[in-house]
Design a protein around this ligand. Structure first.
Ligand code: B12
Ligand code: SF4
Length: 460
């Protein structure tokens, strides 16, 4: 695995630095991007990056803004009390400290933690910065707002004059909650990058030189173990449990050539070999989209690996597609089956699904490499049904992976979950946490644990 180590000051890239009285660097930026802590029962770096925030950073840099990144999740910070274990293909653990559970989730028999830098270390890092002119803070999931809130309080204390914009999935799906809890921040619910940039331009003018590329600012990270790619936004399907259509109502795609040039940029300049796609509909129109991209990757003989942590549509997985995936270096594959009875979506039929698994096997994939997401914890869905679905997947020669259901505001299934939940789901986004099985009235925690172990061991 190639890891590019940029040394300790990488996040100061493209920023002027001077010296303060203690000799530490003073960093001057127009815009400081902040990736906040995560407070949760579990969090793992499964190619988990704040893509939207980093992409805005790239666009701002191209417009001449001087951009800095404060990554409070940084697993490579040299002053962490313990080094988090890193795993294959750039994935791995974050540093974490155990914390008491939020009182409203006291019934959940699982440990709770803050993931990311110890607060004192974060504060020391922030004190090394000279006040930025603007702060962009993100919150990736609705129930991750507490990490953003802690970051916001610290930023407010240290940089009381700097305007803060808050964006991301939480701000977009729970704007009223965000306005109440981040009273001095501007809550950005926009998904269009042009509109966001236009708003920023009304706040501050750029003070640097335009950068030649608009790629997400992964190069501001301390290390670059992988890069995330987004070849298009939106999804042509509308599944009842998913917010994709609310977040990005249209379906826009970049050209294969553009995406290829970005891959080449990261690979040649920074030695990146692992690339994870965040697309909701990567295989849609394979012939004109992913196909030409993979053809070019193979023609140029790039020795890189691809991962699809966000599921692929099995419906579009033909024999030819499977062979291209194998040839081009896809090593982590996830398909979305969700439920065996398929009551909540129409994105794949069972025959199509079975054919997809067969094509992948014929292309040379081992059952362990063909991960299949099954939703667990859906309203009214007994665990026995999930167990049967997992057995079905394993029998076909693929690996079932349980994805715990998170009710997402604005989706049709959220309303169903509200009816049956033991929690008042609309009162606090903390209740959307998938680990708490929010759509179960009386979760049988022992049965849930037993099912998880059973499913994990189904495929050797
Ligand atoms: C890729 C992805 C993942 C990846 C990585 C996670 C990540 N980095 O977010 C993986 C596969 C690991 C993942 C996992 C999960 N995910 Co997910 N994921 C996504 C997905 C498909 C894309 C996110 C993304 O990067 N979008 C692209 C960027 C460009 O969008 P963006 O971040 O929103 O940024 C835009 C704006 O918000 C804005 N913006 C962002 N930050 C800021 C900041 C400022 C200041 C401003 C001004 C603007 C701004 O800029 C961008 C402009 O376009 C979304 C669905 C979707 N289509 O968005 C679901 C989604 C976020 N995930 C979801 C869920 C449910 C999950 C899981 C719980 C699934 C499961 N059951 O296991 C897990 C939980 C993760 C965990 N505990 O670790 C839900 C949200 C749930 C919630 N309650 O919030 C979503 C919405 C999908 C759905 N089901 O509806 N996920
Ligand atoms: S196919 Fe996937 S991304 Fe598209 S709406 Fe359904 S769950 Fe969401």
């Amino acid at each position: 695995m190639t890891h590019k180590d940029f040394g300790p000051d990488v996040f100061l890239h493209a920023i002027d630095s001077g010296s303060n009285s203690s000799g530490a660097a003073i960093l001057k930026v127009d815009v400081l991007l902040v990736n906040p802590w995560i407070y949760d029962f579990a969090a793992y770096d499964l190619w988990l990056r704040p893509y939207g925030l980093l992409k805005l950073g790239g666009l701002l840099r191209q417009a001449g803004y001087r951009v800095g990144l404060l990554d409070l999740l940084d697993p490579f910070h040299p002053e962490l009390p313990r080094k988090p274990k890193r795993k294959l293909y750039g994935t791995g653990h974050f540093y974490r400290e155990r914390l008491p559970k939020p009182a409203i989730l006291a019934d959940v028999p699982r440990g709770f933690a803050r993931y990311g830098l110890p607060p004192a270390l974060a504060e020391t890092d922030m004190r090394r910065l000279s006040p930025p002119r603007l702060i962009l803070l993100t919150a990736l999931l609705t129930y991750w707002y507490p990490g953003a809130l802690e970051a916001y309080r610290l930023l407010r204390k240290l940089f009381p004059q700097t305007p803060i914009l808050l964006g991301g999935v939480y701000a977009r799906l729970c704007p009223e909650h965000a306005r109440r809890n981040f009273p001095e921040a501007e809550i950005v619910t926009e998904s269009g990058e042009e509109a966001i940039l236009a708003r920023i331009r009304t706040l501050i003018e750029p003070s640097g030189e335009p950068a030649p590329f608009d790629y997400p600012v992964f190069d501001l990270q301390r290390k670059l173990p992988y890069v995330v790619l987004l070849t298009g936004k939106g999804c042509p399907f509308r599944c009842a449990y998913c917010a994709s259509g609310i977040l990005f109502p249209g379906f826009e795609r970049r050209t294969p050539g553009e995406v290829f040039r970005e891959i080449l940029y990261w690979h040649e300049r920074y030695g990146v070999v692992d690339f994870a796609f965040y697309d909701d509909a990567l295989l849609w129109d394979f012939e004109h989209h992913l196909g030409p991209l993979l053809e070019e990757v193979c023609r140029r003989g790039l020795r890189i690996r691809f991962h699809t942590p966000n599921a692929l549509h099995a419906r579009f997985l033909t024999g030819e597609v499977a062979r291209w995936l194998k040839r081009a270096g896809f090593v982590t594959l996830r398909l979305g089956l969700e439920t065996l009875e398929r009551r909540y979506d129409h994105k794949v039929g069972l025959e199509e699904f079975e054919a997809a698994v067969r094509y992948l096997q014929e292309a040379g994939y081992h059952p362990r490499e063909i991960g299949v997401y099954l939703l667990c914890g859906l309203p009214g869905e007994p665990l026995t049904r999930v167990r049967r679905a997992a057995e079905y997947v394993a029998r076909l020669g693929a690996r079932p992976i349980l994805a715990e259901y998170s009710p997402v505001p604005g989706t049709p299934l959220f309303e169903v979950a509200r009816e049956v939940s033991r929690y008042p789901l609309t009162e606090d986004p903390l209740y959307h946490n998938n680990s708490v099985f929010p759509a179960f009235k009386n979760p049988d925690w022992e049965a849930i644990e037993e099912l998880k172990v059973y499913v994990r061991n189904l495929v050797a």
